[in-house]
Design a protein around this ligand. Structure first.
Ligand SMILES: Cc1ncc(COP(=O)(O)O)c(C=O)c1O
Length: 361
């Protein structure tokens, strides 16, 4: 029987296996202080993206929750897209802020930077762009708005490990950039995330986030320590960091494979509304728009191809419901489908995905 083609799958090899075994046998599996492999991963990732500082945590959600805690957003507004995973908006609420959703560009599914300015008010403090599918937002435009209105930029780069904006790695631009290393992400771990910091106060921010990721513990000397603020259990474990170090080494190679698949999709899939090819994109996912989504997904599934919907727009959930009208987001939210674009696909499978996508869309 042919194997089912999964929508997402991590790439694993002997090196990941050996890394896990070494941590297992060391009996040093985790530390709130983030020493060992966690510290090594932070240093290597910082070098990879060329940022000022990196703080590893145990998920992309934790990265966003901590990232949005850097600047006091209590009763302030944060501008973000609605077509994203709900963790992006939850992080705003968790930190006492108010999410202000802005419509997306129908060609990239990224926040429409031309529409941001209209939503900026006296209360706006942060712009929170999401690099949808691993395609960078227009960071120059966002940067010029942040300068004009004195706003901070916190990026959700959950899809964008290894992606570039203008030949510079995502992670090196905004004040804080939040990554996810969930098993289905480009850089996969059992669980993991990271905040990359470019703010000039990066040392102070690092100290504060180190405390917040481990129950507020700070100024640790031998058995003595202090608590100055509330913290959480957000630290990364050693297994994740050890796998992450292996995955980081091959991230560029893996993203090259994803780009090759995306290039074929962009050339051979006959639908007009689909992700375009961009050599800077990390292609965490590949999206297409189909009118008859339920039917399309059902038929693909019957032929052993798993697909997904990213995402149900956040402003349509009960918690976030408002009177706001986001035309492109709502329209695309009904049609968007993700098709497999991961590194374990072989040529025959890619061909089958293209053929059946053309047939059923
Ligand atoms: C855009 C986006 N933001 C945040 C997250 C949260 O990351 P995690 O699942 O590692 O908590 C995800 C994960 O799916 C995501 O896709």
């Amino acid at each position: 029987m042919k194997r089912k083609i999964k929508l997402f799958e991590p790439s694993i090899g002997k090196d990941e296996e050996n890394a896990i075994k070494r941590v297992l046998k060391s009996k040093f599996w985790a530390s709130g202080a983030g020493t060992g492999k966690v510290l090594e991963f932070e240093k290597k990732f910082k070098k990879y993206v060329n940022s000022k500082n990196c703080i590893a945590v145990n998920s992309g959600t934790a990265a966003l929750n901590l990232g949005l805690s850097i600047y006091d957003i209590k009763n302030k507004e944060v501008i973000l897209p609605s077509l994203t995973f709900v963790a992006t908006a939850n992080a705003v609420i968790m930190n006492g802020g108010k999410p202000v959703f802005v419509d997306i560009d129908p060609y990239t599914l990224n926040i429409d930077t031309e529409k941001i300015e209209n939503s900026i008010s006296e209360k706006t403090k942060v712009i929170l762009p999401v690099h949808f599918g691993g395609l960078s937002c227009d960071l120059d435009k966002i940067n010029s708005l942040s300068k004009k209105y004195n706003l901070k930029i916190i990026e959700d780069a959950a899809h964008a490990a290894g992606a570039n904006y203008k030949n510079k790695k995502i992670g090196s631009h905004g004040n804080a950039v939040c990554f996810s290393f969930h098993p289905i992400k480009n850089l996969a771990m059992p669980t993991g995330g990271l905040i990359s910091i470019n703010d000039k106060n990066h040392k102070k921010i690092q100290e504060s986030l180190y405390a917040k990721r481990w129950c507020g513990i700070t100024n640790r000397k031998n058995t003595n320590y202090d608590i100055k603020q509330i913290g959480n259990n957000y630290y990364m474990n050693e297994f994740s960091a050890a796998i992450g170090l292996v995955q980081l080494k091959k991230l560029d190679k893996l993203n090259t494979i994803r780009r090759k698949i995306a290039r074929r999709y962009s050339q051979e899939i006959k639908i007009n509304s689909k992700m375009q090819f961009d050599k800077h994109c990390s292609y965490h996912l590949y999206w297409i728009l189909v009118k008859n989504r339920n039917e399309f997904q059902k038929r693909m599934n019957e032929h052993g191809i798993e697909t997904g919907t990213h995402y149900k727009p956040i402003h349509t959930f009960s918690l976030y419901k408002s009177k706001i009208k986001l035309k492109n987001t709502e329209n695309i939210g009904k049609k968007v489908v993700s098709i497999p674009c991961h590194t374990n696909l072989n040529e025959a499978e890619i061909g089958k995905i293209i053929r059946l996508t053309n047939k059923f869309s």
